[in-house]
Design a protein around this ligand. Structure first.
Ligand SMILES: Nc1ncnc2c1ncn2[C@@H]1O[C@H](COP(=O)(O)OP(=O)(O)O)[C@@H](O)[C@H]1O
Ligand SMILES: [Mg+2]
Length: 350
């Protein structure tokens, strides 16, 4: 009797084990496929952008190179850097894709001598503010008004929509990734407002295109700030405010305090124009975020959740939130939306 029930049990086990094994294998395969899919589709923040062993000030590490190299001098740039083709131009700099020891690099040169002061300020800022938020400096030659930086093939942030529409990246064109870029952008503003050297204002930002052209999109879909030529320092405790240039500014993109306040009857005069502070950058955040969020499934839902904080960014300067407050709100909104939509590996991203 006992033997019979034992036989029945083993018989049952033999029948059940193959389907169970099959189920486990199928589950493993599905998991693997899902992992592959999400790994391709989501930008994994916090992993790629942080150098575990950063170089000391005045040195850089590039691509496959293991060691830290000192910033290239005039002689080294002349000897070792080969210009390939022009990839960009603004008012101050002409930028060339170039080659240095089999690495692609960006060589920027002053366009016109009148803008030497802006060029030198940008270089000084690049040197002082090197961090994960700022394009990597590889060398410079002050006599020749030349700067060498890491090359980013995606170019400026203006190209975001074209890049995310390429077949290779189409899967990544989703609200989660675009929201991460907006968080990345606000964290750069937060860095500039709270840098080791004080509070800087991103002045080269009179319209959306202009703002976007000062930032680069890296191949790991991070944002770095690149053009620091118009970056004045606010020193509130010393009562020192700033003005973005000496010309009259117009349009809806700039903050209201950047506009001439005395109407059309009184002609603009720079020394009558009241100065302002870093809150102009906060005014512009909703417009930049709007571009970064784009027009994909879910981006309107994100906009809906950001409505309150974006409204606050458009208040009077001293009523606007700090970059830190905007950043915290963005992160909280992302966390709550992610909780609702079940997203893997979210902890890495926050
Ligand atoms: N490191 C780089 N990698 C790729 N493209 C770059 C790089 N640096 C600049 N560019 C391109 O050149 C353009 C102009 O550069 P920028 O430094 O903003 O010049 P300007 O000071 O004259 O405005 C950028 O908007 C971008 O398209
Ligand atoms: Mg520029």
């Amino acid at each position: 009797m006992e033997k019979k029930s034992y036989d029945m049990k083993t018989d049952l086990m033999q029948k059940l084990i193959p389907p169970a094994l099959l189920l486990i294998v199928v589950l493993l395969l599905v998991n693997l496929l899902l992992y592959q899919y999400f790994n391709n589709a989501y930008f994994f923040y916090g992993q790629v952008n942080v150098e575990h062993n950063p170089c000391p000030h005045g040195y850089f590490r590039l691509g496959s190179l293991r060691n830290c190299t000192p910033w290239l001098s005039c002689e080294a740039i002349k000897r070792e850097v080969r210009k390939l083709k022009r990839v960009g131009e603004g008012a101050v700099k002409r930028v060339f894709l170039s080659e240095w020891k089999e690495n692609k690099v960006a060589l920027s040169q002053l366009t016109v001598p009148e803008l030497q002061k802006d060029f030198m300020h940008g270089l000084q800022m690049l040197k002082s503010l090197q961090s994960k938020h700022v394009v990597k400096l590889l060398g410079y030659c002050e006599e020749e008004f030349t700067v060498l930086t890491e090359y980013h093939p995606f170019g400026s942030l203006k190209n975001l929509n074209q890049i995310l529409n390429l077949p290779k990246y189409k899967n990544s064109n989703m609200w989660q990734n675009r929201f991460l870029l907006a968080i990345n952008y606000v964290s750069i503003i937060h860095y500039l407002h709270n840098s080791p050297l004080g509070t800087f204002v991103m002045c080269d930002s009179n319209d959306l295109e202009k703002v976007l052209s000062q930032y680069l999109l890296t191949s790991s879909f991070h944002i770095v700030v690149n053009d620091l030529d118009a970056l004045p320092l606010v020193n509130k405790s010393a009562g020192e405010l700033i003005k973005c240039g000496h010309q009259e500014l117009q349009g809806e993109f700039v903050a209201p305090e950047q506009l001439w306040p005395y109407g059309n009857n009184i002609p603009f005069e720079d020394n009558l124009m009241p100065p302002y502070d870093e809150m102009t950058d906060i005014w512009k955040i909703p417009d930049v975020s709007n571009f970064l969020l784009g027009d994909v499934d879910g981006s309107d839902l994100v906009r809906f959740h950001l409505f309150g904080i974006h409204q606050a960014c458009k208040k009077r300067p001293n009523e606007r939130p700090s970059a830190k407050m905007v950043l915290d709100t963005y992160r909280n909104v992302l966390a709550s939306l992610v909780r609702e939509t079940v997203m893997p590996n979210t902890r890495d991203m926050l």
